[in-house]
Design a protein around this ligand. Structure first.
Ligand SMILES: Cc1cc2nc3c(=O)[nH]c(=O)nc-3n(C[C@H](O)[C@H](O)[C@H](O)COP(=O)(O)OP(=O)(O)OC[C@H]3O[C@@H](n4cnc5c(N)ncnc54)[C@H](O)[C@@H]3O)c2cc1C
Length: 433
């Protein structure tokens, strides 16, 4: 490789969505004093935009308060760029204060903030951005340095440390079985992942089909399952559902987020134990609980609070009701798989040229408590971290969250705060060694 085609960095972030840019925004919020920018930092993003990632493509309301999306502007962020330039976009987000916001409405704000971030960090020579560029593979050299191969570029870049923030992809490998028991393969021509519905809606053919036969079965009890059911009931497609037309099946009862125990009990909810509260904030099911539209729907289905009971959607916990579920699958016009996401991985090769297999492929736990990416033997791949959608990171201790949680922490607040801090601390420790 010609030397002028080789650029060396200390830290390379792969993916410039909410999680990848979370490290940059957190550093600015903290005044740029945490040492992150003392090293040579670069970010590679396959699209032309920063921050927005995939979240603005979902045609549903946020499951977090809109206020959360503005928190990255707190602290010292405004020292680095003029927030006046963002005032119209901030105003739009603020108009949803204390509420959830339709996710596409965040696009203008994120895209402009991303452009300002790039401009400021490029001018200050704090970060090099490779936009419209895909990382195709990462190869570890004998001396532990990583070579990063980019699409359509002659350049090869190297880095000592890597932060993988490439988002999630809908899980497909388990799409054909439910609860390790029920094969969905006979129905594959009518199965759609929640991701497709929440991004693209139903499509004309499906709308016509559902108008004739509105029976829908949703397999899996993730947040997306309830978002999909909410979308079907309230989306733009105008399909009339009768009682019991939408059936959700999962292996466990969904959980509901509450600010505290008193609020939960006041609304008639008592499906929790002491370990379901976050010891830091006192919130119930802070991580696992359904929020916003999905939460409102499930509360209506249970008849909690003052809600009018919602009977069009029914939730079932699967305890081997084989005949009932088979009957529903046969008669449904649409089966929605709501099995969540897995990490959107890129190929990594070790110094011998062998492709590294990841722990997460089988277990969904891609990272350890330090956010280090794990190989198939649960060993941390040296100096490689992962953040963002579907990494399987479970906050503990001062990071908060209920002790009983064992799912995925998919929230921008975490990527831009607690997880960004944790990774930067670990990156810093390594640099000092
Ligand atoms: C339906 C839905 C609703 C959600 N709602 C909320 C919500 O309301 N609030 C909340 O906090 N969280 C929400 N989340 C969870 C999560 O915050 C978002 O999914 C968020 O988009 C995840 O950010 P990310 O950076 O991990 O991934 P992404 O947003 O997917 O960003 C990944 C980035 O990496 C880039 N990339 C990928 N591969 C490569 C490569 N090989 N080379 C270079 N670049 C690459 C992509 O172009 C993209 O920009 C939601 C998730 C879903 C599925």
């Amino acid at each position: 490789m010609n030397e002028k085609n080789l650029i060396c960095f200390d830290t390379l972030i792969i993916g410039g969505g909410p999680a990848g840019t979370g490290l940059l925004l957190k550093s600015l919020k903290d005044g740029g004093t945490n040492g992150f920018f003392n090293r040579r930092v670069a970010l590679v993003e396959q699209s032309s935009q920063l921050i927005a990632g995939n979240i603005t493509q979902y045609q549903v309301n946020s499951d977090t308060l809109s206020d959360v999306f503005l928190e990255c502007l707190d602290g010292a962020t405004s020292n680095f760029f003029n927030l006046e330039q963002l005032s119209a976009e901030i105003e739009l987000v603020q108009s949803y204060k204390g509420k959830s916001i339709p996710l596409p409405k965040l696009a203008a704000y994120f895209n402009k903030l991303g452009a300002l971030l790039k401009e400021a960090l490029t001018a200050a020579q704090k970060c090099t951005f490779f936009m419209n560029t895909i990382v195709e593979r990462v190869v570890q050299d004998k001396d532990g340095i990583y070579s990063i191969h980019l699409s359509g570029r002659q350049q090869l870049i190297t880095a000592r440390q890597i932060v993988l923030a490439t988002g999630g992809i809908p899980k497909t490998q388990s799409d054909t079985t439910f609860a390790h028991t029920i094969s969905l393969s006979p129905y594959c021509d009518k199965i759609i992942h929640t991701d497709t519905i929440l991004r693209l809606g139903l499509g004309n053919d499906l709308k016509i089909t559902l108008k004739n036969n509105p029976r829908v079965v949703i397999m899996g009890g993730s947040h997306s399952a309830f978002s999909a059911a909410h979308y079907l009931l309230n989306g733009p497609d105008g399909i009339t559902f009768k009682n019991g037309d939408i059936q959700i099946w999962s292996t466990r009862r969904p959980k509901i987020y509450f600010n505290n125990k008193a609020e939960a009990l006041a609304s008639g909810y008592d499906d929790f134990g002491e370990d379901d509260f976050c010891p830091v904030t006192g919130k119930l099911y802070r991580l696992a609980g359904l929020r916003m539209d999905g939460r409102a729907l499930y509360m209506q289905m249970l008849g909690l609070g003052h809600a009018i009971k919602e009977n069009r959607v029914v939730h079932n916990v699967f305890t081997n009701q084989m005949l009932e579920i088979e009957e529903q699958l046969k008669s449904a016009a649409l089966i929605i798989s709501a099995y969540g996401y897995q990490l959107n991985r890129i190929p990594f090769f070790d110094a011998n040229g062998d492709e590294i297999q990841f722990n997460g492929t089988k277990t969904n736990r891609w990272v350890n408590d330090n956010c280090e990416l794990l190989d198939k033997n649960e060993k941390a791949i040296p100096s490689v971290f992962a953040t963002g959608m579907a990494t399987g990171f479970i906050p503990k201790g001062e990071l908060g969250g209920e002790p009983t949680f064992n799912g995925q922490t998919n929230g921008i607040w975490y990527y831009q705060n607690a997880i960004a801090d944790l990774i930067m601390r670990n990156l810093g420790v390594m640099m000092e060694e």
